[in-house]
Design a protein around this ligand. Structure first.
Ligand code: DQA
Length: 141
């Protein structure tokens, strides 16, 4: 199984950024242990702070990968373009968030992605990504 993890703006700062919300582990460190735990899955990880690059990556993997785990971060709440890309591609997308966005400011309650996603996992820290992996492993695609 090939799974692409796509992260949006400021996820490269997780570990240093607001540790009370996002925790103290960096995504890279978490990703290393995730790969070790699931050696049979062909993972790729892509992070960008640029909206168009996230759209390009969704288009690139969206017809050949088995699964996409997308944390579009702040663009979740603003980007019609990323929502349209998720709608356009064939690969199923699970939307993830490290924090529970519904327990935070109201502007984080809106997502341009959720209605086109297979599901949404939020609020479990970096563990949200592993829960998304499990959802793909345990359900038929
Ligand atoms: C986030 C939640 C977003 O509201 C925020 O802008 C982020 C990260 C999360 O993973 O909890 O940057 O997507």
């Amino acid at each position: 199984m090939k799974i692409a993890i796509i992260n949006g703006p400021n996820i490269n700062l997780v570990g240093k950024r607001e540790p009370n919300i996002y925790g103290e582990q960096s995504f890279k460190e978490f990703y290393r242990s995730l790969r070790k735990k699931y050696p049979k899955i062909g993972f790729i990880h892509f992070q960008s702070n640029i909206e168009g690059e996230i759209i390009d990556k969704l288009q690139e993997v969206g017809y050949s990968y088995d699964a996409i785990i997308l944390n579009a971060a702040a663009y979740t709440h603003t980007s019609v373009g990323i929502g349209d890309a998720v709608k356009a591609i064939r690969t199923p997308v699970v939307e993830v968030h490290i924090s529970n966005v519904w327990a935070r400011e109201e502007f984080r309650h809106k997502s341009y992605i959720s209605s086109y996603a297979k599901g949404v996992i939020a609020g479990f820290g970096l563990q949200s990504y592993e829960l998304a992996v499990k959802s793909f492993l345990e359900n038929d695609l």
